[in-house]
Design a protein around this ligand. Structure first.
Ligand SMILES: [Zn+2]
Length: 446
């Protein structure tokens, strides 16, 4: 009975938290290649214990864990999560150590608790609620847990290529989501793409006494000039053809967006600014949020930045830049256009040291699975904002041909993913599990 499954969650919140604590204690940092096999095996064991056909797929990089429970139902639900986490540095900004979970004021703190081990464990417990109470699962379940999401899912396409049949499902729950600024739950139907590149200029054989600046070129100066050529004063990206082919938001998307209050004032206050870029507000702000590509300098390195002064002319300078891409943009195309831009501007000496990227992906707002999620959410939470896409990036495009994905989860606006003192509200963790039980139930009636 469904009621038994719901009651099971209510009775087992503490046990689910213990499970969450166990998995966040493993520092599965993909960027450092730490703790990945161990975490994969832990998850495989949990799925196996629930009666799933659970497997570890060795691919280049961190293994992918899959679980399949075929109950012979008409519909199949997929859960996509990742068991890797961001590095926890800087450690000294954590109030309690990142890999020693701590509960205070109704929140659980640890690296990865929001992004996205809390979601992963909530899914496992929602399934456990059916299985342990002998409640018939009305849908088949597929779980896909990868271990390199935080480093761009670089090898995940390799898994998909080899397991196309497994990737098919009627609906899937993506790896993040939760409560917004105003306490209202949010669902995300898409993610932007990304093109990330590291630029380097290396124009002298070595760093030189800066007195030679009268006759020698400066690497940081040239890099700064190149970077300043990327945008005009109106923030328009100056790369030739950069905006070509961008798909405008559809009428159905605008209908969904018009219902959403993005709380401009709260965002401004949160980030300590008076105005958004170019004074964006209202519908223009929304259009930018959901459908504008970006060009952001993520880091700059050159010369001496230590104590006091050092009169040096640096030989080298480098920068990391990300471009968020929207539907209709291709990372390979952007790479070529960016290269051409630098060459055309006279910066052929600036090299691409490395780069990576993937395109945007979206689930149509009128897909019936979106309504299944909406109905399940309404059983537990007051409301649900359905965002056609997130301003963030993720490899959703990989799933696009196989399964419509919706992102809901147990985080909230204060979760501080990727930052020190990452946390989730225990109340959202509990309700998130209940919502998933309802989701499985609702999907069985679709
Ligand atoms: Zn993340």
């Amino acid at each position: 009975m469904m009621d038994d499954a719901l009651e099971f969650i209510e009775q087992n919140v503490e046990n689910a938290i213990e499970d969450l604590k166990e998995i966040v204690r493993i520092p599965s940092v993909a960027a450092k290649n730490e703790g990945l096999d161990e975490t994969a095996e832990l998850l495989r064991g949990k799925l196996d214990a629930l009666g799933f056909d659970a497997k570890i797929h060795e691919i280049t990089g961190a293994p992918v864990v899959t679980g399949f429970l075929d109950v012979g139902a008409k519909r199949t639900l997929m859960f996509y999560d990742h068991y890797d986490v961001q590095p926890a540095e800087p450690f000294d900004l954590w109030e309690t150590p990142p890999f020693e979970p701590d509960i205070r004021d109704g929140r659980i703190y640890a690296r990865g608790v929001a992004d996205n081990k809390g979601d992963t464990i909530s899914r496992i417990w929602a399934l456990k609620a059916f299985i342990d109470t002998g409640t018939d699962l009305p849908v088949n379940i597929k779980c896909v847990f990868e271990g390199e999401e935080e480093i761009g899912s670089i090898h995940f396409p390799e898994f998909v290529e080899k397991n196309k049949g497994f990737m098919k499902a009627d609906g899937g729950i993506w790896e993040f989501g939760g409560e917004g600024y105003d306490g209202v739950q949010e669902a995300w139907l898409g993610l932007k793409g990304i093109f990330y590149v590291q630029l380097e200029i290396d124009i002298l054989t070595r760093d030189v006494h800066s007195s030679m600046g009268c006759v020698l070129p400066s690497a940081p100066q040239r890099l700064a000039e190149a970077l300043s050529s990327l945008k005009d004063a109106d923030q328009r990206i100056q790369i030739d053809g950069f905006y070509d082919g961008i798909k405008p938001l559809t009428e159905a998307e605008w209908n969904a967006i018009d219902k959403i209050d993005l709380r401009e004032e709260d965002i401004k206050e949160n980030y300590g600014i008076k105005e958004f870029l170019t004074g964006l507000t209202g519908r223009d702000f929304k259009e930018a949020y959901y459908n504008a590509p970006t060009c952001t300098i993520c880091g700059l390195t050159s010369g001496y930045q230590g104590k006091g002064s050092m009169t040096v002319l640096p030989a080298k300078a480098s920068a990391k830049i990300d471009f968020r891409l929207v539907e209709g943009m291709d990372p390979e195309d952007i790479k070529k256009k960016f290269r051409k831009h630098l060459d055309d501007q006279g910066f052929s000496d600036i090299k691409f040291l490395w780069y990576e990227g993937y395109p945007a992906g979206k689930t149509p707002v009128d897909n019936p699975f979106v309504d299944v999620v909406r109905r399940a959410n309404a059983k537990v939470f007051d409301d649900l904002k359905v965002h056609p896409t997130s301003p963030g990036s993720g490899p959703l495009y990989i799933f696009q041909d196989y399964v419509p994905m919706v992102s809901i989860g147990v985080s909230d606006f204060d979760s501080k993913g990727h930052s020190p003192n990452e946390s989730i509200k225990i109340e959202n963790f509990r309700k998130g599990m209940l919502r998933l039980v309802h989701l499985i139930d609702e999907m069985g009636r679709w």
